[in-house]
Ligand binder design. Sequence first.
Ligand code: GAR
Length: 210
Amino acid sequence: PYRIAVLASGRGSNLQALIDAAASQALPATLVGVFSDRADALALERARGAGIPALALDPGAFPSRAAFDLELFAQIDAAAPDLVVCAGYMRLLGAAPVEARAGRLVNIHPSLLPAFKGLRTHRRALEAGAREHGASIHFVTADLDGGPVVSQARVPVLAGDDAATLGTRVLAREHPLLVETVRLLAAGRVVLHERRIHLDGRALAAPLQL
Ligand code: GAR
């Protein structure tokens, strides 16, 4: 079966969506490991609860980002994943391990990329007066939140929204977006080729809207 590793720093609700989809066979794949930079991440508990190997590494125990990444990816590679999914992984990855895994590493980001890269995306969308907001899944490259976008889910910004209400609306769409996108990747229907997304062998002009 198709093998997925997940990187997560916190709550792990996107991880849970993958766990549930794999368990129900909506996603024909197996989760081979969950990796975190935080020992207290709820994501690790969710993994262990589902019988998935879970590992935390403490960045403070390594002399440099490169040394941390080296150990992290050594552990990940030992699980032999076909795909690595960053699902709420809040630590920067170095260029070297990312470039070595081009096309096999994706991230879910809570905005309609290329808008609002980085942090506090819901607050910034509100401050910018955006009428629409959402989430994106992109292939990870050395360019932070700048890799080719595979898919997006859009939500309206409603009168009276604050970052919490808007973030909740986005998160509800993140889970099915992630499951469906990983399903397409696992089926080999979506691939990165010459830095462009291809679906069923054809280059996409724009991200899939899911
Ligand atoms: C999600 O909203 C995800 O898009 C975001 O963190 C949240 C994690 O939630 N990711 C980033 O901001 C990446 N920079 P979860 O832990 O419940 O899946």
